[in-house]
Design a protein around this ligand. Structure first.
Ligand code: VGL
Ligand code: ZN
Length: 180
């Protein structure tokens, strides 16, 4: 049977409260993500993982520098359940918002018979969006879990949802797994 996978996008200290590039409301999705993990046999996490002079630091404050605390997953996430970690944005001169960009994510999923991916995490307007759109390009059916994502800004977050919808991403909420 084709498997589904849950992909937790960039729930790292630097994107959470007190981090270098804090996403408002990030703390609210931690418990939701932990509950979601129990619904999936296969859970994967991506990490933004930049060298100290990464090109994106022209645009963003330095964040998620490889080997630092800021690049680690938030301790509120139950990491024991995560089967595979994907590090991205590791090249100094290349931005990589998508978890599929120059990583083994697509081949890892395909080798395990995954056809459908469910995305949660940070941030809606950048890495969640880019990962969702690349997921479609890679041939996966892509769901974004609406109450388990947060955006850098309301405007770009809203635009990102619209763009994802137009491209064929589908949306669910975490309570759709609850049994009555
Ligand atoms: C991200 C900005 C810069 C993200 C990563 O994970 O959405 N945003 N690097
Ligand atoms: Zn980054």
């Amino acid at each position: 049977m084709a498997k589904d996978a849950l992909i937790i996008v960039d729930v790292q200290n630097d994107f959470c409260e007190g981090g270098a590039l804090e996403v408002v409301g990030a703390a609210e999705i931690l418990a939701i993500i932990n509950r979601l993990m129990s619904k999936f046999e296969l859970v994967i996490a991506t990490q933004d993982y930049h060298p100290p002079d990464h090109c994106s630091f022209d645009l963003w404050p330095p964040h998620c520098i490889a080997g630092t605390e800021g690049a680690e997953l938030h301790k509120g996430i139950m990491v024991d359940r995560i089967k595979h970690f994907v590090k991205k944005g590791t090249l100094e001169n290349k931005e990589a918002y998508s978890g599929f960009q120059e990583t083994d994510l697509s081949s890892f999923l395909k080798s395990r018979g995954v056809k459908t991916i469910y995305l949660c995490g940070l941030a809606t307007d950048y890495c969640v969006k880019a990962t969702a759109l690349d997921g479609l390009t890679e041939g996966f059916k892509v769901f974004v879990i609406l109450d388990a994502i947060r955006a850098v800004s309301k405007e770009t977050g809203g635009a990102a949802l619209k763009e994802m919808e137009d491209r064929g991403v589908e949306f669910v909420r975490s309570d759709s797994w609850e049994t009555t």
